[in-house]
Design a binder for this molecule. Structure first.
Ligand SMILES: [Zn+2]
Length: 222
C-alpha cells in the first residue's frame, strides 16, 4: 500500500543525530538513524514508471529535499513533479478597461530635494511605472493604450500584449497588473541584491539547496 503524499510536512527522511548524540532527535536505527524532515513541502514527486506492484509511488518534498533528490538521482532521472499551489492573492481579471502598468526607465519622477539648492531629489522607482489601459482586444491579444484612449471608438493602440501571457495570474515582463503586483516587484527589487550578498556569505548547504531548488523550479538555474 502506498502512503498518500502529505501536503503539510515533507516526507523525506533526513539524517538524524545518530545513536549517541545527547539532546538531539534520534532516528530509527533500521533507517540509518534518519528522522523525518519537518519542513513544509512545496512539490509532490511521483515515479515515472510504476513499481512491480503496478503502483506509482509519490511523496511530498520541501525545496531542500527536492534539490537533494534531483542531485542524487542525476539529471537524466525525471520524476513527475507537481508544484503544490501556494495561496496566491487573486489577480484582477484582465478585460477591456483594465488598468495595467508598464515599466519605463525613462519615465522619471523625483522626491523633493532635501537640500533646497539641489534641483532634483531621489528618483522614485515606482513612478517608472506608467499606468496604461486595455482599450481593445483581438482573439489573441489585449490592445493597450493611454488613459485618454479609453472608450474611443478607434483608440490609438500603443501595445499589443498576448492574452496567453496573462494566464494563471501571470504578466508579461516589464508589465504589472495590480497595485499589489507592483508592491511585490518593489519588494523584489529592494531585497534582490541583499539576498544575493547573503547567499555569497552563506555556507549552510540546507539553505543553499532551498534557494537552488526554488530557482530551479522556475528554470532559473541548472
Ligand atoms: Zn524536506
Amino acid at each position: 500500500m502506498l502512503t498518500p503524499p502529505d501536503k503539510e510536512r515533507c516526507q523525506a527522511d533526513v539524517p538524524g543525530n545518530g545513536p549517541f548524540t545527547l539532546g538531539g532527535k534520534i532516528g530509527n536505527p533500521k533507517n540509518g538513524y534518519r528522522v523525518r524532515c519537518e519542513n513544509k513541502p512545496t512539490v509532490i514527486v511521483s515515479e515515472r514508471v510504476p513499481g512491480p506492484d503496478g503502483l506509482r509511488g509519490s511523496m511530498s518534498l520541501c525545496p531542500g529535499c527536492h534539490a537533494e533528490l534531483l542531485q542524487q538521482l542525476g539529471p537524466n532521472y525525471a520524476p513527475v513533479t507537481v508544484a503544490l499551489k501556494e495561496e496566491e492573492p487573486a489577480q484582477p481579471a484582465i478585460g477591456i478597461g483594465a488598468k495595467l502598468w508598464r515599466f519605463d526607465e525613462n519615465r522619471r519622477r523625483y522626491t523633493k530635494p532635501e537640500n533646497p539648492k539641489d534641483l532634483w531629489g531621489k528618483i522614485i522607482w515606482r513612478e517608472h511605472w506608467e499606468p496604461m489601459f486595455v482599450v481593445g482586444e483581438t482573439r489573441v491579444s489585449w490592445l493597450v493604450g493611454y488613459e485618454r484612449q479609453m472608450g474611443k471608438r478607434e483608440p490609438h493602440v500603443s501595445y499589443k500584449l498576448p492574452k496567453a501571457a496573462f494566464r494563471n495570474g501571470e504578466c508579461p515582463r516589464d508589465w504589472a497588473r495590480s497595485e499589489e503586483h507592483l508592491s511585490e516587484l518593489a519588494w523584489a527589487r529592494e531585497h534582490c541584491s541583499k539576498l544575493s550578498d547573503a547567499v555569497l556569505r552563506c555556507h549552510d548547504p540546507r539553505v543553499l539547496r532551498a534557494v537552488w531548488a526554488a530557482l530551479a523550479e522556475r528554470g532559473l538555474i541548472k
